[in-house]
Design a protein around this ligand. Structure first.
Ligand code: ATP
Ligand code: MG
Ligand code: MG
Length: 546
């Protein structure tokens, strides 16, 4: 039974609209361009864009690029691409760095009001003076500088007279506030660094907690949605908006960030996997990045549907990664063509089938969606089956091939295993089987039943393919405290096998359901004219229940 997921932010907006508080809902998605977006960001994207859209409002994409040291154009471009791929259109594209002049003016405004001062304490001293939860902070000896002196020093900070760390601009609020964020937070720091957008124009940069409320207010954002760790910063957010005399009064609302089982969810940690060459870039199909999920074969709809269904709450929790997998299966079930692929091939010779004959069999492209039509697959004397579909000495209840047993070949005939061919080392290299022409699929044969149905690929027309089978990059149940202890040593397995000949024309990112194996995506990076590389998106079944 499906219940509507709760979204307390939507309720707030509904009430605001009922009270006519705003002409229009304005939200923003504010990524820092210091990495690629991950599935956690998708939650925020879906929330911000769909909330505004539902109430006829708009959403800005704003790059929070106030830290010149970690930011890069590559990230800006990947973020834009990912949001577009998810299917959202931002109203206006902004950079926090576009507002550096206005932010500087706001800082000067605070100095003039006696609400900000230039401090010569070092970063370490400021930290020590700040106090603790149980101990009030101590005022800086520079706190009582005159407005004139502060204006002069701040201008000289801007002009590059001082080196990094020599001075900062701090808000003058309350060193004994129970909220440590209110104990004269730093507003500006010196960083002689080239900024990806403003170059060398600035050598002072605003701190996030000063810049963010100003960015929201400048853009007329009504609901500024962020994650729970910013809850304690809300009084400072409101202080900045109020004391800078901003016209708009954005409201900060915090929600629980997405955590997922067996999944690392932080740009810093994901960056580690990239830097250590543990993965094939930010878009490695094992990465929980949007670009990794795309390369893996996830669809925009599956990601969005997942984000809508997890709901929006105020309490942290961890979502089962199998819920994400559930939604991609749901999305691909009716749209992905079904076909057969043999991942670890074992040759079968059908000894009573005429030599040099090939017959073409009819098969549904998707039996759950007949509109997709039919495909033709070849059948002949030599085929491949899966190695794991044969056992010389099977246990009880093994219904696949073993000497003397009969099975059904999907879309084709019943075959019986007659002989097992081995190499010098005793490995099974080939099976000799016989087929029964009476049992042809689609003819209505009811003479006898078999319990096993195998997939297969005809040998002479088969197309070579590589299959990449994935498991999560990290496993929660591994011993250790650090995410690096949780790294799964077996997150990738590569095997080589065959697909049906009609797969010769596939394009990057085409998606298929391989009978019995699951859903696969044509890898856009490693597929060549010679060889198709398939990424397994998910296996077919899961014990997960929504
Ligand atoms: P990370 O710690 O992974 O670097 P971040 O919060 O520092 O994440 P930002 O670029 O600042 O990354 O995030 C942009 C927006 O995405 C923010 O509004 C942030 O709250 C939101 N966001 C980031 N991670 C998550 C998450 N796991 N769940 C929900 N929202 C998230
Ligand atoms: Mg951030
Ligand atoms: Mg971060």
């Amino acid at each position: 039974e499906h219940t509507t997921p709760t979204n307390f932010i939507k309720q707030i907006v509904e009430e605001d609209m009922a009270e006519n508080k705003y002409d229009e809902i304005v939200t923003r998605f504010p990524p820092e361009p210091n990495g690629y977006l991950h599935i956690g960001h998708a939650k925020s994207i879906v929330l911000n864009f769909e909330l505004a859209d539902e109430f006829g409002g708009r959403t800005n994409l704003r790059f929070d690029d106030t830290n010149p040291l970690k930011e890069d154009e590559e990230y800006v471009n990947s973020i834009k691409k990912d949001i577009e791929w998810l299917g959202y259109e931002w109203d206006s594209l902004r950079f926090a760095s576009n507002y550096f002049d206005q932010m500087y003016d706001c800082a000067v405004h605070l100095i003039k009001k006696g609400l900000a001062y230039v401090d010569d304490l070092s970063q370490e001293e400021i930290r020590q003076y700040r106090g603790t939860l149980t101990e009030p902070g101590k005022e800086s000896p520079y706190r009582d500088r005159s407005v004139e002196e502060n204006l002069d020093l701040f201008a000289r900070m801007k002009d590059g007279e001082f080196s990094d760390g020599e001075k900062v601009l701090r808000a003058k609020i309350d060193m004994s506030s129970p909220n440590i964020n209110m104990r004269d937070p730093v507003l500006y720091r010196i960083a002689h660094a080239t900024h990806h957008n403003t170059g060398d124009t600035w050598c002072i940069y605003p701190m996030y907690s000063f810049a963010h409320p100003l960015e929201d207010a400048i853009e007329g954002v009504t609901h500024s949605i962020c994650t729970l760790e910013f809850q304690d910063q809300r009084p400072l957010y409101n202080w900045v908006v109020e004391q800078c005399d901003m016209e708009a009064q954005p409201k900060q609302i915090e929600f629980a960030r997405l955590n997922m089982t067996d999944t690392v969810m932080s740009k810093r940690k994901l960056n580690w996997f990239v830097n250590e060459n543990y993965v094939d870039g930010w878009d490695d199909p094992r990465m929980p990045t949007i670009s990794g999920l795309r390369r893996r074969g996830y669809t925009p709809d599956s990601i969005k549907q997942f984000c809508r269904e997890i709901g929006v709450a105020k309490v942290d929790n961890t979502v089962d990664v199998r819920m994400l997998e559930h939604f991609v299966r749901e999305d691909l079930k009716l749209t992905a063509p079904r076909t057969m692929a043999v991942l670890r091939p074992l040759k079968v010779v059908i000894t009573n089938y005429p030599e040099d004959e090939v017959e073409w069999l009819d098969a549904d492209i998707n039996p759950e969606n007949e509109e997709m039509g039919k495909r033709q697959i070849p059948f002949s004397r030599e085929i491949y089956i899966e190695q794991s579909d044969f056992m010389e000495n099977p246990p009880k209840k093994y219904f696949r091939l073993y000497p003397g047993n009969e099975v059904r070949l999907k879309h084709a005939y019943f075959i019986t295993c007659q002989d097992v061919i081995k190499d010098e080392d005793g490995n099974v290299v080939e099976l000799h089987c016989t087929y029964d022409p009476e049992t042809k699929s689609g003819t209505g044969f009811t003479g006898r039943k078999v319990k096993g149905t195998l997939h297969w690929v005809e040998a002479s027309h088969a197309k070579d393919a590589e299959f990449r089978l994935y498991d999560s990059l990290t496993k929660d149940d591994q011993e250790g405290e650090d995410f690096m202890d949780k790294v799964n040593p077996e997150s990738l397995e590569i095997v080589n096998g065959y697909v049906e000949p009609n797969m010769a024309s596939v394009k990057p990112e085409d998606k298929f359901q391989f009978f019995r194996h699951g859903y696969f995506n044509v890898d856009p990076k490693h597929t060549t004219d010679e060889q198709i590389v398939f990424n397994r998106i998910v296996s077919l079944k899961s014990s997960f229940k929504l």
